[in-house]
Ligand binder design. Sequence first.
Ligand SMILES: *[C@@H]1O[C@H](CO)[C@@H](O)[C@H](O)[C@H]1NC(C)=O
Ligand SMILES: *[C@@H]1O[C@H](CO)[C@@H](O)[C@H](O)[C@H]1NC(C)=O
Length: 349
Amino acid sequence: MAPFMMSFAVILSLTSSFFSWSSALYSNSRKDTQTAVAVTKRLQFLLEPPVFAEIIGRRGENVTLPCILRIKPKHYKVKWTKVEPERIGLESIVMMSNEKAFKPYGHLGQRASLRRAHAMDASLLLRHLELDDGGQYRCELINGIEDENVIITLRIEGVVFPYQSKYGRYRFTYPEAKDACVQQDARLATYDQLYRAWTEGLDWCNAGWLHDGTVHYPIIHPRPVCGGELLPGIRSYGPKDKTHDRFDAFCFTSQNNGSLFYISGALSYDQAEHACKTRGSELALVGQLYAAWRFQNYDRCDGGWLKDGSVRFPISNPRNRCGGVAEAGVRTFGFPNKMMHLYGAYCYR
Ligand SMILES: *[C@@H]1O[C@H](CO)[C@@H](O)[C@H](O)[C@H]1NC(C)=O
Ligand SMILES: *[C@@H]1O[C@H](CO)[C@@H](O)[C@H](O)[C@H]1NC(C)=O
């Protein structure tokens, strides 16, 4: 009988005591976070997630993170938590629910609901994905006896691009790099995002900040000037001093809901800006150009001004007379003098 008594002691409705209890859980489960990636404990109530452990979505899409009960305990709650990239060690509750009530938490909670497709369904619906939503999520079944959890990874499908200050190479402190990515409709990339981009062909010889405060660069074709004749891979400088060390940035963005178009001409920066405005749009951000290239195969062999003052063009079908590089990519002319009447404009609306 003891387990039943215990379960009564901890089955609380959504009252104020509930909150202190859940914050106690919060600190206890810190340690679990490190080991929870592989479910080690044999699960009694929850179904292991071997098939759908990774869910993929683009910005703006809706996804379902699966969590299915196998056996329904008499009384239980379901708690969904976002386990942020582990190295940072933060986590945040998305929602808690019992069979009647649903309580959302934080900014993720505003876009979350339980699917409840059937009696055993505790899957989380997340609407209108944002760039920061990627990471690990934990579905926790709390019944007061043996709490159980499964971890589901949400991956935002997107594109990683290197970004350099208009003042030149290696000018960003960590906060500046972070801000620079946001200015380009992007976020600092995580290591996982950079790694995936490397497998997809990103080769870049300048080191850049990542989201966790480390500095890396991805090399596919090893060469002496880029870290020597090591094997292809991600070169690491490890964690750096966020306020004093200066590097470039690796930014991450995903699809957007606008459209990007080119206006041809031999325009100065100001004329390019004006040309976009007269068409009800604005000069595009670097992240918007990369998203169009990645998700719409946008291909244009003409340099055009972007909002940050750089001139770039996106190539999906590499050909000799367009930059002469064999790989697809977004090419850059850097930050030319804004008075030069040489380029068109990439606009976004
Ligand atoms: C996401 O879900 C919302 C509300 O359920 C719906 O209005 C919207 O159309 C969905 N968006 C997509 C991209 O499916
Ligand atoms: C388009 O995307 C932006 C940024 O993600 C968002 O703020 C805006 O609400 C979206 N607009 C529509 C119509 O979905």
